[in-house]
Design a binder for this molecule. Structure first.
Ligand SMILES: [Zn+2]
Length: 119
C-alpha cells in the first residue's frame, strides 16, 4: 500500500508505514506538517497485522486498526460460541442500540408534516 490515506486512529490524512520485525508486521500512520519552518512528523500506531499473544486465549483472529472488517469477524466468532442466555442478552443489546439509532434518525428528520407519528 502506498500514498495517502485517512488514519483510522486520528482521522487525519497520512502515509502508511509497514514495519516488519522478526516475522511480525506492524502498521503506522505518518503525519507530516510544517511548524515554524520545520517539517514535523507525528506517528499513530495502528497495530499489528495480527495479534499473537491475545489470540492464545481468545481465538478471535484479532487484527489492527487497518482491518475494517475485524469487528464483524470478532462478533461472528463470539456468537458461534455463545449459549442461549448470552445470545438473548446480545439480542436485547442489539435491539436497544438499533432503537437509539432509529430515534436519532427520527429526531434528525424532524416532526412529520401531519404529525402522523404522534398518534
Ligand atoms: Zn493518525
Amino acid at each position: 500500500m502506498g500514498g495517502t490515506f485517512l488514519c483510522p486512529r486520528c482521522g487525519e490524512p497520512g502515509y502508511l508505514r509497514i514495519k516488519a520485525v522478526s516475522k511480525r508486521v506492524y502498521y503506522y500512520a505518518r503525519h507530516f506538517s510544517w511548524e515554524g519552518g520545520k517539517a514535523r512528523e507525528r506517528v499513530c500506531y495502528l497495530g499489528p497485522e495480527r495479534y499473537v499473544a491475545g489470540e492464545i486465549f481468545n481465538g478471535l483472529e484479532q487484527a489492527g486498526a487497518l482491518d475494517g472488517e475485524r469487528f464483524r469477524r470478532y462478533l461472528l466468532r463470539l456468537v458461534s460460541r455463545m449459549g442461549e442466555e448470552d445470545l438473548r442478552f446480545l439480542r436485547e443489546a442489539v435491539d436497544r442500540a438499533l432503537r437509539k439509532i432509529e430515534e436519532g434518525r427520527a429526531k434528525a428528520a424532524g416532526p412529520s408534516p401531519e404529525g402522523s407519528e404522534e398518534g
